[in-house]
Design a protein around this ligand. Structure first.
Ligand code: FAD
Ligand code: FES
Ligand code: FES
Length: 1318
């Protein structure tokens, strides 16, 4: 039988295929459907989603329509299925789908790389609701995208687009959109939404007749077997030559974690065996086949009705809904999960749940099927090392008086994250107080042990005991001895404390009278997740129409359908080769050789290029900035772990990546000095980058005098800040094409094509006019696609030049993370002087910045840090900033580089000042806000005019809009009433300095009156093209002839081409949009000026009625030059200016787990006269959420050799929809006229990121409350975890960090306190 399936209705017959080929690989390389994006390749992001439909021939209907990831799904497993991608839902030719239209209309797409996946997720939720003959609810709509990552938008508009489909939505709750205007009635609003009626996907006729059952794929062509019964499976297993040669497959999602490299001789698809895919129930038990997907198991558990104890199944289902994400649950099976848990120590949730439910499994061993208790199964030798197969799981129905609860503490509450620890407990107690424990099962997992376990010692201890504080105390102490994480487990103590916390959480309602038992389950405080709610206040301005309007982003619907073309979507030529970097794993060592494992060149490899392959006329250069070049490859000596050593070039990306992994680099560290791996080492060895005075601001005032005036001082306080990875959804990528006469054309996903261009020319030793770099759009940049995009494009160009073949590179996430460098980590030491009323008098700051090994743009850091740090009146300020050169990957500019640290450093110092005075920190902040006079003292001419200093106004406005004072009181009350949850609220101001830069633009009017525009700035998702389009419409609209008011739709901004428009510079620093806008406005002024005489003449002839098209036709006839270009150069005296904003955040900390939930954030930001309020709002929200990532979640660290430790979505957690503020209110202040700005507008790209410090500060405040409470419990000095009131909250404040500061022994302390009381 032949592999046959459909994609968007099109038939595909595959004659033979490597069975390890994934659906994504096939779609991206063999079909025109590019909406499936590769962003992680491990099931962790949702960029690659597709709908899969299966057909039931007997019932003659589609039996299943669900969404799965295509990056893990194996091609052979979709035999007979119909696949629908986002462009299959709708597209530019046939018309967009209402989902695409609503995503566009709600401004839910920025770079657009995540958007097709988001649309499929939503479609899948709508389809599921339809299958159940119900309608999508708001909760389902919100959760539909919980497993998808977006790095740009901050999710709020995505959720709005999803909620617009919900039957119970209050339409007035939806945010800014292009469908209705403020003040429209609900009826008008509803009617204006693109209409939607769910239609079941039509299943292609040619597939309906295809009989998949009993008809396996031809083994010789596919190496893929599909047994249809247990006995067939048995025969297949027996026929396999060795145990390693077979791989059983259901969803293949396990490959997302283990990234199997082994090539199996044969794959066995076990999902068509009835015994393994059934669900059976008989009143005493429920049986679930091992090949049943987690989603189906959840549905089955939820459907269980009729018995008192079925709530246990519902609880299990609810826990399982937090496993992975919906698309992993849709394809991953129960059996696959358990086998991974049993054989490969996978931290499974299901194993823990089944242990507490006293489940059994059936295992096929030879011809025999044996039933074993789940615990025995988990402890038995690995199923994977034998030919045993898990057939089904049996869960007994518990007795009706059982209690059951399960727990899981993970970095994301409903999104995609493995737990730090999980637990599930069932118990029977006598229903009289004090309660007697009759029997309990206590299961713990994922804490770093080998597998999920039962805490039998604790169970034995508890059974038969009357529950009391002292019994629980003893149980908890016993448990600490049982939960033993493995040696290399991260946060081992934290995980132990979680286990203790879970046990406590389960039992303390049985001990403390305030809690009851009802209907057989523990009546714990409700922990439901409230809906997201949001509002935005933006003022559209019509002064410069259509500039100032919330126009829909250019190409948003195209992005949603997945037709928007990114570099990797450009169809490759058949002879295209692919590259992957081999990088160093040593920080400082001689490179002796680069070979491959076993000295065998891996399949598909064409060449391995090193610095020796750079042409003689060229140079070993891979990047450059104003501070100098960086090398493309390490030469004889590698300078840091993660440095590029070579480029392996192969026939496919898969082969190139595989070969790079198999590379063996031999190092020699003899006679090589010790590497510098810390800033302290750099100081010892005086290893610094020089900083030009231009980037080193002057001190302010007399610090000695300020210190003398101080009534109090904090001396030599020290803290550090870590790094952050960009996590652009589109990894680094480039495609180079050799051209005639030694030329090369390169498509690069870059924020700085001009520099890419120049670096390539220098590297190849050719003139710059022989290089052309083209960039259409970038799938998220955040600074990471500026300097760091250059070596990727250069390496491709080098290979293309040398091999005279097209060469493409699409970096895998791991390599990308290792090479990206990210944000600058730093160490601060300071002395601060202040009066007892909180007024600051002087700050002396010493900073050591870890810049890594290359200068990159690091010498700008002192200037960038000191800008926002001066937001308070320090009295006097002096500093000593050293930019350290280390043997670590070079750090680069990440969104708000230095600024976010500078602003945070100020807050951290203010927090400590308030703490040492015992004052309210908000009052200390207010006391030290600048007057206009002090603003001028600290910022000199950049301070601008008095009426431009809007910070005090914003400070007061947000106090009212956020009800700050009232809520601060409510927080106090909450903290008095609650023991295990504490809240904090914090208001943080920002001042962020930006600088305009010279930027080119060209506007050309074509003969039909349509307009084409080129700008230096790159569209990286920030809406630059949209603003430019609006500006051109405004500029040409000055002709005032008929039709010119409708020009917006006739303007197209096109890709950047470095030979077409030169001097594009960097797209960075938040001002590129306004600079590009000004450049095109100037072009329009030139064009209007050129058209004027003709217009006047025609107006006279046509008696005042002149249309745009007539004018342009005539201008062509008279050879008026209709293309104008310019290089906009801002005035030196006003090119820098300040941006202002204030954020208020309220956070609730769970003392048991350390989770910090952001209850609400209010932002008010001065955008001047926004060029496009919808775009600016998106920038503010997106930046704020990226800031939440920096302050609260994202750990980007290096090991002892300096190699980056995080490798992808498993261990690098960016915010998801469940981590953003539950209530999110944003207001743009339209601060009127700014005469030196572009049509009075101000920047929005980076400054709002700084406001996320409000979340961190609110968390600090909640922790303070927890520590205060903990001190009050102190019964004796044992278990003291040093919880005083002076503490520094590290960045990021992850759950282990927060818990550590709240007290790893808080449960024990509490119980000791209770015991002491008695
Ligand atoms: C992004 C992501 C997030 C996740 N998050 C969580 C989480 O939070 N909690 C959690 O518990 N799990 C989590 N998982 C794990 C997930 O549940 C498993 O990957 C999935 O259940 C495996 O099922 P599968 O059908 O895809 O197995 P496959 O990948 O097809 O198989 C996995 C392994 O088991 C073998 N195998 C499969 N079935 C059998 C059988 N019946 N008998 C013998 N051997 C068999 C296969 O040969 C293979 O070696 C996550 C996975 C991903 C990809
Ligand atoms: S690329 Fe498939 S889930 Fe990320
Ligand atoms: S729009 Fe979501 S990642 Fe860019």
């Amino acid at each position: 039988m032949e592999l046959e399936f459909a994609v968007n209705g099109e038939r595909f017959n595959i004659n033979s295929v490597d069975p390890s080929t994934t659906l994504l690989e096939f779609l991206r390389s063999n079909t025109p459907f590019k909406s499936v994006k590769l962003a992680c390749g491990e099931g962790g992001c949702g960029a690659c989603l597709v709908m899969i439909s299966k057909y039931d021939q007997e019932l003659d209907q589609v039996k299943e329509e669900t969404c799965i990831n295509s990056c893990l799904t194996l091609l052979c497993s979709i035999n007979g299925c119909s696949i629908t991608t986002s462009e299959g839902l709708g597209n530019a030719k046939k018309g967009f789908h209402p989902i695409h239209e609503r995503f566009a209309g709600f401004h839910a797409s920025q770079c657009g790389f995540c958007t097709p996946g988001m649309c499929i997720s939503l479609y899948s939720a709508l389809s599921k609701a339809h299958d159940k003959s119900s309608s999508l609810t708001v909760t389902e709509a919100e959760r539909s995208v919980a497993g998808n990552l977006c790095r740009c938008t901050g999710y709020r508009p995505i959720v709005d687009a999803c909620k617009s489909f919900a039957c119970d939505v209050d339409i007035e709750d939806l945010g800014i959109n292009s469908f209705w205007k403020k003040g429209d009635t609900k009826e008008v609003m509803l009617k204006s939404l693109p209409p939607y009626n769910h239609l079941v996907t039509t299943f292609p006729e040619f597939l309906k007749k295809k009989k998949v059952g009993n008809n396996s794929l031809d083994l010789s062509r596919y190496r893929w077997t599909t047994p249809f019964s247990v006995s067939e499976l048995h025969s297949t297993l027996r026929a396999g030559k060795s145990k390693d040669s077979l791989k059983l497959v259901v969803g293949n999602t396990g490959a997302g974690y283990y990234k199997d490299e082994e090539r199996f001789e044969r794959y066995v698809d076990i999902s068509h065996i009835p015994e393994m895919s059934m669900i059976k129930r008989d009143g005493k038990r429920i049986e679930i086949g091992a090949a049943v997907t987690i989603s189906k198991a959840i549905d089955a558990l939820n459907e269980e009705e009729g018995s008192k104890s079925c709530f246990i199944f519902k609880k299990m289902a609810s826990h399982m809904e937090r496993i992975g994400n919906h698309f992993v649950r849709n394809s991953g099976s129960i059996g696959g999960n358990l086998v991974m848990a049993q054989g490969r120590k996978f931290p499974s949730d299901i194993a823990t749940l089944l242990l507490a439910a006293d489940a059994s499994v059936y295992v096929l061993n030879g011809r025999e099927t044996v039933k074993v208790k789940i615990q025995d199964f988990l402890e038995s030798p690995s199923v994977l090392d034998s030919k045993r197969v898990l057939v089904k799981v049996e869960i007994p129905l518990p007795t009706c008086d059982s209690l059951f609860e399960s727990y899981r503490a993970a970095p994301r509450s409903i999104g995609n994250a493995l737990p730090y620890a999980n637990a599930a407990f069932s118990a029977r107690v006598s229903h009289q107080e004090p309660f007697m424990m009759d029997e309990c099962l206590l299961a713990f997992g994922s804490y770093g042990g080998d597998r999920s376990i039962r805490a039998k010692e604790v169970e034995r201890f508890l059974n038969g005991k009357l529950l009391s504080h002292s019994v629980l105390y003893e149980a908890v102490s016993l448990l600490r001895g049982i939960i033993v994480p493995g040696r290399d487990t991260l946060h081992a103590e934290y995980r132990k404390s979680l286990a203790v916390g879970f046990l406590f959480d389960f039992f303390y309602p049985l001990i403390e009278r305030s809690h009851r038992i009802c209907n057989g389950h523990v009546d714990c405080p409700v922990k439901s997740l409230p809906f997201l709610s949001s509002s935005q206040q933006v003022l559209e301005s019509n002064e410069f129409q259509p500039v100032g309007e919330a126009v829909v982003k250019v190409g948003a619907a195209l992005q949603a359908s997945g037709e928007a073309v990114f570099v990797d979507d450009i169809p490759t030529l058949p002879d295209c080769l692919h590259g992957a970097f081999i990088y160093s794993t040593e920080p400082l060592a001689k490179i002796k050789s680069v070979t491959f494992s076993g000295n065998v060149t891996p399949a598909g490899v064409f060449a391995v290029l090193t610095f020796k392959d750079i042409p003689k006329t060229g140079q070993n250069i891979g990047s450059k900035t104003i501070f100098g070049p960086g090398p493309l490859f390490a030469d004889e000596i590698t300078q840091y772990a993660g440095q590029r050593i070579a480029l392996v070039v192969a026939d496919t990306q898969k082969h190139a990546d595989r070969a790079a992994k198999l590379a063996v680099v031999e190092y020699d560290t003899k006679n090589v000095e010790e590497p510098i791996l810390t800033v302290e080492d750099a100081v010892k060895r005086s290893s610094f980058f020089e900083v030009h005075p231009m980037f080193y601001p002057e001190p302010v005032g007399d610090v000695l005098k300020g210190m003398k005036e101080a009534e109090k001082k904090i001396l030599l306080a020290e803290f550090r800040l870590g790094s952050q990875y960009f996590f652009y959804m589109e990894p680094q990528t480039a495609l180079a094409l050799p051209d005639e006469d030694n030329c090369v054309k390169v498509f690069s996903s870059s924020q700085a094509p001009e520099y890419v261009h120049s670096v390539i020319a220098t590297c190849l030793g050719i003139q710059e006019n022989s290089v052309r770099v083209i960039t259409r759009r970038v799938g998220g940049g955040f600074g990471g696609k500026a300097v760091k995009s250059m070596p990727v494009a250069t390496a491709c160009a080098l290979a293309a030049h040398k091999l005279q073949r097209p060469v493409k590179m699409y970096m895998n996430r791991k390599t990308d993370m290792i090479m990206a460098g990210g944000r600058h980590p730093m160490k601060m030491t300071y002395n601060v002087g202040f009066r007892s009323d909180g007024k600051l008098t002087a700050l002396e700051l010493t900073m050591l910045i870890d810049a890594g090994n290359e200068a990159d743009v690091s010498p700008i850091m002192p200037r960038n840090i000191m800008g926002p740090l001066r937001k308070y009146d320090w009295g006097a300020l002096s500093f000593d900033v050293k930019v350290c050169k280390t043997n670590l990957p070079s750090r680069t500019a990440m969104r708000a580089p230095g600024e976010v640290q500078g602003s945070y450093i100020a807050e951290s110092i203010i927090e400590n000042v308030a703490s040492s005075l015992g004052m309210d920190v908000d009052a200390v902040r207010k006391t030290n806000l600048h007057s206009y006079e002090s603003l001028k003292k600290f910022y000199k001419h950049i301070a601008g005019e008095l009426d431009e200093y809007t910070l005090p106004l914003l400070w007061d406005k947000v106090e009212i809009s956020s009800e700050f004072k009232k809520r601060a009181e409510m927080v106090k009350e909450f903290n008095q009433c609650n023991v295990w949850r504490k809240r904090g609220i914090s208001r943080v101001p920002i001042i962020h300095q930006v600088m305009q830069r010279a930027t080119p633009g060209r506007v050309s009017i074509l003969s039909d009156g349509s307009v084409v525009v080129e700008v230096g700035g790159i569209e990286i998702g920030q809406g630059l093209w949209t603003k430019v389009q609006q500006m051109v419409a405004y500029g040409l609209g000055m002709t005032k002839c008929q039709g010119s008011e409708k020009l917006l739709e006739r303007i197209r901004v096109v890709q950047s081409d470095t030979l077409g428009l030169i001097q594009g510079g960097f797209t960075a620093g938040s001002t590129t949009s306004e600079n590009s806008c000004e450049a095109v406005r100037l072009c329009c002024v030139i064009l209007v000026e050129r058209l004027k005489p003709l217009m006047e003449q025609m107006m006279v002839e046509k008696l005042g009625s002149l249309t745009w098209n007539m004018l342009i036709q005539q201008a062509y006839a008279q050879s008026v030059n209709l293309s104008a270009s310019t290089l906009y150069k801002p005035e030196f005296s006003s090119m820098e200016y300040l941006n202002y904003g204030v954020g208020v955040s309220e956070v609730e900390v769970d003392i048991v787990t350390g989770r910090a939930e952001i209850l609400r954030s209010d932002i008010i930001y001065d955008c001047g006269k926004s060029l496009n309020p919808a775009v600016d709002l998106g920038q503010i929200e997106g930046a704020f959420v990226q800031g939440i990532g920096f302050f609260m979640m994202e750990e980007y660290t290096t090991d002892e050799k300096g190699l980056v430790m995080q490798q992808g979505t498993w261990d690098y957690k960016i915010p998801t929809v469940d981590t953003i503020p539950k209530q999110f209110y944003v207001e743009l202040l339209n601060s009127g006229h700014h005469k030196n700005r572009v049509l009075s507008s101000k920047a929005s790209g980076e400054p709002p990121l700084l406001l996320a410090a409000s979340v961190h500060c609110a968390t600090r405040s909640a922790i303070k409350e927890a520590r205060k409470q903990s001190l009050s419990w102190k019964c004796n000095d044992e278990n003291s975890d040093g919880s005083g009131m002076d503490f520094e909250l590290p960045v990021p404040a992850t759950m282990p960090v927060v818990k550590g500061l709240c007290g790893l022994y808080s449960v024990e302390k509490y119980l000791e306190g209770k015991i002491c009381e008695k």
